[in-house]
Design a protein around this ligand. Structure first.
Ligand SMILES: Nc1nc2c(c(=O)[nH]1)N[C@H]1C(S)=C(S)[C@@H](COP(=O)(O)OP(=O)(O)OC[C@H]3O[C@@H](n4cnc5c(=O)[nH]c(N)nc54)[C@H](O)[C@@H]3O)O[C@H]1N2
Ligand SMILES: Nc1nc2c(c(=O)[nH]1)N[C@H]1C(S)=C(S)[C@@H](COP(=O)(O)OP(=O)(O)OC[C@H]3O[C@@H](n4cnc5c(=O)[nH]c(N)nc54)[C@H](O)[C@@H]3O)O[C@H]1N2
Ligand code: SF4
Ligand SMILES: [Mo]
Length: 690
């Protein structure tokens, strides 16, 4: 019996662990540790361990499908691509939109972006970063001039004080969680703020169990305490930052004193004082945050408050410090870097900047130019523009996203998709979103193609082909090149191999310019910025200057505002939604992995025993959860780990889709959706089965 092993990067979270796929007789039969990556040093979490199980699932899409009436018929590639090219050619650029995928490689996303802006010439391109870290992109750009995670994963283990809020790191980024454990073993402290007592809370030295939506209140109160005690870093503030006074004034207001702010957050004043003391006196403090911070109306405010706190205490630009906005999907960082955003070109050149536009147009050499130099619509605006009788957007090319499950208002998404005159969906499975398509294209999955992806710490790493794709499925890059060729742009889309695409994207992304395929193929990859061929990469940002032209970090005063959908008499409880360690997003992959579905395979609502008792609900009872915009049925799970008044639902299960959340935030800057704070009511429908 002979086995071979192929080293690759895990397809799930942005930690980007390396692992080996074990192959026998042309099939991937398991995973094995690969010890040489500094990211995970051979360890992987349950999703990584069983990541091979969905690859060979019989449900994989194997042929292009074309809809006639209500039925999808199998077609060959030529017929499918002919149809798509004819249909796309009939629309004006502004009538088309492309959604790309944080699941896909840099090369896939780069080509999808080049196709959108160069072939379709549309401005409308976006992907799920919008509903994930858009608040970070806006907030950290304003504060530091760049929105990326500041330090590296191994660096977190060097911290003395880790302040983790709105990130359930041990479940959602388990191998970053390992760095927390490493740091604690060295004597570091973990302060953890979350409405739920999660597995990350179990590790904490101080647990701040506060109300969802009160982050700015908490952060301002902590900063006020730090300043009152003289724990701020005055030399850092004066040498490296601007506009401090405005923040000082805001956080010293009476309303942020621990005695007043504490009870409003749902914690004691002592907890706030201790937090301030630990952060204010730590030699090296780092912040880890994720969706608990960004997926709120106040997302940008939350992010800017965190930046304020870290500048206030001089915890930037050194080992063990920084603002570490943990990205979500395996390649959401890369999809942003290569320009799959309505406002940025590759490398974050502004779309509306004439010079950036001219440079890209020249580099690509499309004879009839590229999209106009104007921002396109983000994903939320797109779905809005799809409403009604004569929607503005008429055709869409949707690659590797499942918005019917992942957007906050599934009914509106379904309506929008069915309003399209022409929808192409490219996926590895026939998803809930595919049901609305006119053409479905079968893509190869990550184990069936070569490429690179960029993890949360900006580390560009390789994925490698282990087996061929099933049936007629093809890598996303090949599909896009074939379609571009059909539409008359073969010249701009001819590449010898994936390496050739990578070489091109390195020439248009300044931060990647010094990278080569061989360099990123090494076990440690390379963290951007890597501007020149001999540059070693940059694991820590802002060591001597921030990315603003004057090199300064910018403070910004933030006052606390209440979340948009607060509980009232009719909807007395708060709902927050999120994830479980066992499952991935809309579940297309992990719900096809037996070892993971054996753990959990059904949605539920977690509630506190006191709330449950007053509603006469017990674990296992069927309940009706009502939102302002709709309702759903699910089972209750009564757990002590959640704060009274707050409930939690995982969003992985379509049958229990957590949609009907409040619409996107009125804060028009990042257009994030309010996934973390919604008001609900609960009604018992049926007793648990005995
Ligand atoms: N297993 C698994 N891992 C994943 C994913 C997955 O689907 N499954 N998805 C990936 C993706 S795309 C992302 S973006 C990341 C997300 O990673 P996380 O952000 O860590 O995950 P969430 O469960 O969405 O939310 C984190 C925590 O925020 C808390 N929270 C809720 N409301 C508030 C609030 O108002 N304030 C604060 N401070 N906290 C609050 C929740 O209780 C929850 O524990 O995970 C990535 N990793
Ligand atoms: N209620 C609630 N909803 C949420 C969130 C929440 O916390 N609560 N979080 C939000 C966040 S942070 C995110 S990031 C979004 C995620 O939203 P989505 O991106 O829509 O979620 P996924 O399920 O990861 O969808 C990815 C799709 O890509 C397909 N795919 C996988 N590999 C490939 C490939 O190689 N090629 C192609 N073409 N397709 C592939 C998968 O089968 C799947 O259908 O969800 C958001 N929705
Ligand atoms: S921590 Fe993330 S990248 Fe690492 S094995 Fe688990 S899911 Fe994969
Ligand atoms: Mo995400």
């Amino acid at each position: 019996m002979t086995f071979t092993q192929v080293t690759t990067t895990c397809p799930y979270c942005s930690t980007g662990c390396s692992l080996n796929l074990v192959i026998q007789d042309g099939k991937v039969i398991g995973t094995a540790p690969y010890y040489r990556s500094p990211v995970n040093e051979g360890r992987i979490c349950p999703k990584g361990t069983y990541c091979h199980q969905f690859i060979q699932n019989p449900d994989r899409l194997k042929k292009p499908l074309i809809r006639k009436g209500d039925i999808f018929y199998e077609a060959d590639w030529d017929a499918a691509l002919d149809l798509i090219s004819r249909r796309f050619a009939a629309y004006q650029p502004d009538e088309m939109a492309v959604l790309t995928s944080a699941r896909c490689s840099n090369e896939d996303n780069y080509l999808a972006m080049k196709f959108a802006r160069g072939v379709l010439k549309t401005r409308h391109i976006d992907h799920c970063a919008r509903i994930c870290h858009a608040a970070t992109m806006v907030g950290l750009f304003l504060a530091f001039g760049c929105s990326a995670m500041t330090n590296s994963i191994p660096d977190i283990g060097e911290s003395d004080c880790i302040f983790c809020l709105g990130s359930n790191t041990l479940e959602q980024h388990p191998l970053i969680g390992r760095q927390i454990i490493k740091a604690r073993a060295r004597g570091a402290r973990l302060i953890y703020a979350d409405p739920r007592f999660t597995p990350t809370a179990v590790q904490s030295d101080l647990f701040i169990q506060f109300y969802s939506g009160s982050d700015v209140l908490l952060l301002n109160s902590i900063m006020g305490e730090i300043i009152r005690n003289g724990w701020e870093d005055n030399s850092f503030i004066s040498e490296r930052t601007a506009k401090y006074e405005s923040v000082r004034k805001v956080v010293l207001q009476k309303r942020y004193e621990p005695e007043i702010a504490g009870p409003l957050c749902g914690v004691t004043p002592e907890i706030i004082r201790t937090t301030a003391e630990w952060i204010g006196n730590a030699e090296r403090c780092t912040v880890l945050y994720a969706m608990g911070i960004t997926q709120q109306t106040a997302g940008v405010d939350n992010v800017r408050s965190i930046a304020n706190l870290m500048m206030l205490t001089g915890n930037m630009g050194r080992p063990g410090t920084g603002v570490n906005a943990l990205r979500g999907q395996n390649n959401v960082q890369g999809a942003c870097d290569v320009g799959c955003l309505p406002n940025f070109f590759p490398g974050y050149g502004k779309v509306s900047d004439g010079a950036a536009h001219r440079t890209l147009a020249r580099q690509w050499g499309f004879p009839n130019g590229i999209c106009e130099p104007r921002e396109g619509y983000d994903i939320n605006t797109l779905f809005e523009r799809l409403k009604g009788n004569s929607p503005e957007i008429k055709a869409m090319y949707l690659i590797g996203e499942n918005p019917v499950v992942s957007e906050p208002d599934p009914a509106a998404v379904k309506e929008g998709l069915s309003n399209l005159e022409f929808l192409v969906v490219q996926d590895i499975f026939f998803t809930e979103t595919c049901q609305h398509a006119d053409v479905v294209l079968p893509a190869a999955c990550w184990a069936e193609k070569e490429g690179t992806q960029t993890n949360t710490e900006r580390r560009v790493q390789r994925i490698r082909k282990a087996i061929p794709p099933p049936g007629d499925a093809k890598p996303d890059t090949e599909i896009i090149c074939a379609l571009a060729a059909k539409m008359g742009f073969a010249e701009q889309f001819t590449y010898t191999d994936t390496r050739d695409i990578f070489n091109e994207l390195c020439t248009v992304i300044p931060q990647y310019r010094g990278m080569t395929w061989d360099r990123v193929s090494k076990p440690e990859g390379i963290c951007w910025p890597c501007p020149e061929p001999n540059h070693p990469g940059t694991p820590i940002l802002y060591t001597d200057r921030f990315s603003h032209p004057d090199g300064k970090g910018v403070f910004y005063p933030v006052d606390w505002k209440e979340p948009s959908d607060l509980p009232d008499k009719k909807y007395p409880l708060r709902l927050t939604t999120g994830r479980l360690i066992w499952h991935w997003q809309s579940g297309t992959m992990t719900r096809r992995c037996k070892n993971l579905t054996d753990e959990v395979n059904e949605g539920y609502l977690e509630m506190n025993p006191t709330d449950a008792e007053s509603l006469k609900v017990r674990s296992g009872d069927l309940i009706k959860v009502s939102f302002r915009r709709g309702s759903l049925l699910c089972k209750a799970r009564v757990v002590r780990d959640i704060k009274k008044g707050t409930t939690f639902m995982p969003f992985h299960f379509i049958e229990r889709a957590t949609g009907n959340l409040p619409e996107d935030s009125p804060d028009s800057l990042p257009r994030m959706s309010e996934y973390k704070v919604a008001a609900i009511s609960i009604e018992k429908i049926q007793d648990a089965e005995p």
